[in-house]
Design a protein around this ligand. Structure first.
Ligand SMILES: Cc1ncc(COP(=O)(O)O)c(C=O)c1O
Ligand SMILES: N[C@@H](CCCC[NH3+])C(=O)O
Length: 436
């Protein structure tokens, strides 16, 4: 068998099996490129985050960060597993509502929430608004007094932590567009505006230090910094937070270089850090909320492509081009992200060469994988790229006027289309003529 770190099953025809379904059958039925989610894996990931809270009888919420992949189907699964959901736009909020999510379990995020987004959230009755900046406080003042409605809120704090991840996906460092800075007193100023607000029930504080993080130290440091500030608020204003939200960012495995902790290890470390700190500053144990996105859906997703042209530049490089690329997976082009892949129709064949996988956009940077080990490749073979479930479909674009692929869920040998493939007519559906 070809080496990748991913555990996968292969049937007697040498075909990759996903959720007990032959990947080549899925390609035939739904065409390629195709996003496939192993829903059993999504459910297990949800449970791995929820179980430590149950086992330790600690009050908590696991809110799926739906920016990783938002669709009605996935949010139905998430809701069924008992999670909450975090949304950052009207589109994500609407998707959660359409999926039947209990509004109380929807949390609204965003560093530039518009008046109409806030209005929609207030009218929907979302369970929590995570307040990011002073402008948002002004908007909320205006809207809530107009509608005479109360909302629950958290203050998003920037703890000043340089998490060990790509610069573009760090969010908790001091020089960040997100949240109120702790160090320069902005967080405290926000707290003072909100503590006795007539329409805002300030439930606590939030921070998110970044994404694709492989250790617990950053989270623990962030927790300690939050409590350092909370202890001042407690001493000076007798404030006791009901909720500490420590965000998401738990890393997953894309390639063998990635060695994430088990999901429960992150949660256990967070529970311990919050317990220690709450004891230290002598406040009642708050609820712990977390917001995993990638680590719920990332490793449950596989993208299936058909290989088309094959170009060999002797002594330099061999390229294969697939029928998708940066339009369905922007991460390699944006972050230099690395992936592993196999031939889904030759999953047992030994690797015999290094090949680079190109997308089909008119862009030299549209490369999905450099120097991938593969067996003999022919046009028409199917390439399965692993761990594409997060920030793939959700960051897909229409560049070169490509249409977005379909999404299929598989579980226990069954498969179901959950997002239809766009047609080229869909791509022009909002165009209007200028002449005539
Ligand atoms: C506020 C917030 N919460 C949660 C997440 C989810 O992060 P991840 O998908 O890495 O778990 C993000 C994205 O980084 C975020 O900005
Ligand atoms: N989109 C990013 C992560 C951003 C996380 C959202 N704050 C990625 O693919 O890794």
């Amino acid at each position: 068998m070809l080496y990748t770190h991913h555990n996968y099953k292969v049937n007697e025809h040498g075909h990759l099996m996903i959720g007990e379904v032959d990947a080549t059958l899925l390609a035939k039925k739904y065409e390629t490129p195709l996003y496939i989610y192993d829903i059993e894996r999504v459910r297990q990931n949800c449970r791995d985050f929820m179980d430590p809270f149950k086992e330790q009888q600690v009050k908590g919420r696991v809110a799926y960060a739906s920016k990783a992949f938002s669709s009605i189907g996935i949010l139905q699964v998430i809701q069924q597993e008992g999670l909450s959901v975090d949304v950052v736009s009207k589109g994500e909020l609407y998707t959660a509502i359409k999926a039947g999510f209990d509004p109380e379990r929807i949390h609204l995020h965003g560093n530039n929430k518009s008046e109409s987004e806030l209005e929609m959230a207030i009218k929907t009755g979302v369970g929590c608004i995570v307040i990011d900046n002073f402008y948002e406080i002004e908007l909320l003042d205006k809207l809530l007094s107009q509608f005479k409605k109360k909302v629950n809120a958290l203050i998003r704090v920037t703890p000043g932590i340089e998490s060990d991840t790509h610069h573009y996906i760090m969010t908790g460092n001091e020089d960040s567009k997100f949240g109120f800075n702790l160090q320069n007193g902005q967080a405290k100023a926000a707290f003072l505006k909100l503590q006795h607000h007539p329409y805002i029930n300030l439930k606590g504080v939030h921070c998110h230090i970044g994404s694709q993080i492989f250790e617990t130290e950053g989270f623990i440091l962030a927790t300690n910094r939050l409590f350092n500030e909370l202890s001042k608020w407690h001493k000076m204003y007798q404030y006791e937070p009901e909720v500490i939200n420590l965000g998401g960012g738990f890393g997953i495995q894309y390639t063998k270089e990635d060695q994430p902790l088990h999901r429960s290890q992150y949660v256990n470390a967070l529970i311990k850090a919050v317990e220690d700190q709450a004891n230290k500053i002598q406040i009642p144990m708050p609820e712990i909320w977390i917001e995993p996105g990638r680590s719920i859906v990332g490793d449950a997703g596989i993208t299936l492509y058909t290989i088309g042209s094959i170009k060999n530049i002797p002594h330099i490089r061999k390229y294969i081009s697939v029928d998708g690329g940066m339009t369905d997976n922007l991460r390699p082009a944006l972050y230099g992200a690395k992936y592993e892949a196999i031939l889904a129709n030759k999953a047992n064949s030994p690797a015999s060469q290094k090949i680079s996988v190109a997308g089909k956009c008119c862009e030299s940077g549209d490369m999905l994988i450099w120097d991938l080990s593969l067996p003999h490749v022919e046009s028409g073979d199917l390439l399965a790229v692993f761990s594409t479930g997060a920030y793939g479909y959700s960051m897909a674009s229409h560049y070169n006027r490509f249409s977005k692929p379909a999404v299929v869920f598989v579980e226990n040998g069954r498969h179901r289309l959950v997002i239809k493939r766009e047609t080229y007519q869909d791509v022009v559906r909002n165009d209007l003529p200028y002449i005539g």
